[in-house]
Each structure stands twice: as structure tokens, then as C-alpha cells.
Design a protein around this ligand. Sequence first.
Ligand SMILES: *Cc1c(COP(=O)(O)O)cnc(C)c1O
Length: 220
Amino acid sequence: MNAILEQFEAVRADVAAATVGMPQPTLIAVSKTFDAAHIEPVLIAGHRDFGENRVQESQQKWPALRVHYPDVRLHLIGPLQSNKAADAVALFDVIHTVDRDKIAKALAEEIKKQDRRPSVLIQINTGAEAQKAGILPGEADAFIVRCKQIYQLPVIGLMCIPPVDEDPVLHFDLLASIAKRHDLGELSMGMSSDYRQAIARGATMLRVGSAIFGARPVPF
Ligand SMILES: *Cc1c(COP(=O)(O)O)cnc(C)c1O
């Protein structure tokens, strides 16, 4: 069996084993930096949820793959610039990284213009890290309300990337508590190194890259 397929099946089995008798979280196979040849075994295995970090890279890769797999659900999990909002709305089904008014407004305008309505998650910078995207926890409540009421975005949940050197569980719990206050059902949390802990804290969307596709070139 193909190595990527083997790793994918191992992660899928691991997630299934960790969620016996529970609702199944969506496993998002994060395929950033990997080309079609690496992605196709996972598509052939029937998987349909994929995550990408960059709009431009996704535009180069996914339209051709979608000809054969039109039911793919593409998740944007990297930072979004407002000048890419039109392209993001055109290409993605779920956008996990809304974190400021400029982006929320740009997405709202594009959703109105285009006959497309990707679901939206709000990224929370749970560790308040200077270099990291996401709205600060203290500003999250007001921003979530603005996204729903002023921008009328289809907000379905929250997303976080915990600091690398801290226990992720505290961050997963913080994310879950903010989501609960706003009655948001989706929690996008957990990556290759911590998806088991994320499942235990109620994750509904797992973003798993290297455990499926292998190591990436360093800058990612
Ligand atoms: C790359 C990336 C992932 C996947 O990370 P792995 O550690 O390879 O599983 C998940 N979420 C985001 C936001 C990413 O950029």
C-alpha cells in the first residue's frame, strides 16, 4: 500500500477508536505543500475534506482535482488577506481563519456578490501570541457578535492553534468555553501532535497534516 494511504488509514482508525460511541469529528487532511500525486491516494480512498494554508497554492492545485472529485470540501486554515477574499469565497467551502473586521467585511461583500456561501469559523489567538493570527480572547465575544449580526456571516464555530510550548488542553478548553457562550457547535482544534487531546476536549474538526502526508519543507 502507498505510504500516504497507509498513514491516512492509521490516523482515520485512530480517530475512530478515540470516538467510539461519540459523534465523529471531521478529519481534515492538511495537504499544503503537497502536490496532486500525494493527495490522490487519499481522494481515491474516499476522503473529501482537505485543508490548505494559501489561497494561491490552492488555486493552482484544486480546480484540476475537483474535475474528478467535485464533492471535495476545501478548508482554508491559513491567514487570509482581504485582497484574496474574492478568490477564497470562490474556492473554499469552509474558512477557519476570520479574525478581524476587515476580513469579515470583505467576506460578507463577496458572499453577497458571488453565488457562494462558505461556512466561517473565527480564529481565536488563545495564547495571545504576538506573532500569531486570531482575535484576542478578550475581544472575541464582541467580534463574534459583529460577525453574526453586522456582517451576517454564516459563523459555525471557532478555531485555535495553541502555543507550541504549552499544554494544548487549556487552549482547547478556552476555545470550547467561548464557543459555548455563543452557541457555536464547531471546534476546529487539534493537529498531528495533539489531535487525541483535542478529541477529548470536544473537537469537531481535526486539522492533520504531517501525520498523513509526512514532513513538510521547513518554512511551513
Ligand atoms: C499546517 C497546519 C496544520 C497541520 O499541522 P500538522 O502538525 O502537520 O498536522 C493544522 N492547522 C494549521 C492552521 C496549519 O497551518
